[in-house]
Structures are given as structure tokens and as C-alpha cells.
Design a protein around this ligand. Structure first.
Ligand SMILES: CC(C)(COP(=O)(O)OP(=O)(O)OC[C@H]1O[C@@H](n2cnc3c(N)ncnc32)[C@H](O)[C@@H]1OP(=O)(O)O)[C@@H](O)C(=O)NCCC(=O)NCCS
Length: 168
């Protein structure tokens, strides 16, 4: 396993669209609108032009396996929101998510000089919560019934990590 991040570009769109159409990805990420190629390309274009977004393809041993995104970058307060997914189940549970999280946090704290990264995750996504906690995120609050999971309203966690809190 050799995990790298590459800037997201139009070449990544076809894989992204296919992953966004998967039920497991949609359930956990919380895809709000029907994924289309037009929306996917618009997201990538925004990521390339909007300085409140830093979006990366996760590349493991040379293959694009998922995406990790920092958005809502607030340079005044020094914060950004974090999100991540690995598109195919065979790439999960092997440490790729944790490695990509570490790289994205390094980008946030070093390149962007932010002081905090935050995320939300539904409470049933125990693998994601464990991965985030291992990389330094702490639970800061419970967002009661703020996540719609297959028609059911479930609680979400607000997690955050401050610069310097990542494990050595
Ligand atoms: C969430 C996600 C990015 C994590 O990446 P990953 O490569 O699968 O996770 P890792 O293997 O790096 O780490 C998972 C950790 O959780 C642990 N874990 C695995 N399954 C678990 C479970 N069911 N319950 C609790 N912990 C679990 C692992 O042991 C590992 O911890 P460890 O390194 O201390 O052993 C990935 O699973 C994914 O893309 N899932 C689908 C989309 C998604 O949920 N995105 C996040 C939305 S908020």
C-alpha cells in the first residue's frame, strides 16, 4: 500500500460518478442530489477554481481509489470541513482511509495553515468514526437526527481536530 493524494481533475470524473451511484457510498456520504456527469464535472471545476475547496484523488499503488475533500475553507477563522470516501469495498479496511486522512490533514495544517479541521459522520458509520479518531479527531457534539439514512433520521457526530493534535 502506497497512498498519495493528487489534485482532483476531469480525468477522475468517470470513476467518481460510478462510485457516487453506489448505495453504500451514497448512504455513508449522504449524497443529496442524483449524481450525473454534469454535476460531477461541475464539482471538479469548482474544486479547481474555488479557493475555499481543496479536493484530491486518493491514489493507492497508482490506482485512483477514492476522494478526500477539504471544503468550506475559512481563512479568517482557520477552519475547513473534511470528507472522504473509498469507492469500492475491496479498498476499505486496509488502512488507505487513515493514510489519506493523515495526508489531507497535513495539507490543511501545513500548506493551508489552518488551525482546525471538522467533519460530520452518522453514528452508525463506526469504521469511519474509528478511522477519524485514530487520526486525532475528537467528538465535539451530537447532532440529533440530522442525517437521513435510507429514509430514517439518525444522529450524526461533529468531530474536530486541532493543529498539533494528530498522532505522531
Ligand atoms: C470511511 C473510510 C474512508 C475509512 O477508510 P478505510 O481505509 O476503510 O479505514 P482504515 O482501514 O484506514 O481504518 C479503519 C479503522 O477502523 C477500524 N474498523 C474497521 N471496521 C470497523 C467497524 N465496523 N467498527 C469499528 N472500527 C472498525 C479498523 O480496525 C481501523 O482501525 P485500526 O487502524 O486502529 O485497526 C472508508 O471505509 C469508506 O470510504 N467508507 C465508505 C464511505 C464513507 O463511509 N465515508 C465517510 C463518510 S463520513
Amino acid at each position: 500500500m502506497t497512498v498519495k493524494l493528487e489534485p482532483l481533475g476531469p480525468a477522475h470524473a468517470a470513476a467518481m460518478l460510478a462510485w457516487m451511484q453506489r448505495d453504500d457510498v451514497r448512504d455513508d456520504v449522504g449524497v443529496a442530489s442524483e449524481p450525473t456527469m454534469e454535476r460531477t464535472l461541475a464539482f471538479i471545476d469548482r474544486a479547481l477554481t474555488d479557493d475555499t475547496v481543496a479536493a484530491f484523488a486518493i491514489v493507492d499503488d497508482g490506482a485512483h481509489v477514492g476522494n478526500v475533500v477539504l471544503d468550506r475553507v475559512d481563512r479568517r477563522v482557520g477552519t475547513a470541513r473534511f470528507s472522504i470516501y473509498l469507492g469500492a469495498p475491496e479498498h476499505r479496511g486496509r488502512g488507505v482511509g487513515r493514510a489519506a486522512t493523515r495526508l489531507a490533514l497535513a495539507h490543511a495544517f501545513e500548506a493551508l495553515q489552518l488551525q482546525k479541521v471538522w467533519l460530520t459522520v452518522h453514528t452508525r458509520n463506526t469504521r469511519a468514526i474509528t478511522a477519524y479518531a485514530r487520526e486525532g479527531f475528537r467528538v465535539e457534539g451530537v447532532l440529533r437526527r440530522e442525517f437521513l439514512l435510507r429514509g430514517e433520521l439518525v444522529d450524526a457526530l461533529y468531530m474536530g481536530v486541532l493543529r498539533g493534535e494528530q498522532p505522531g
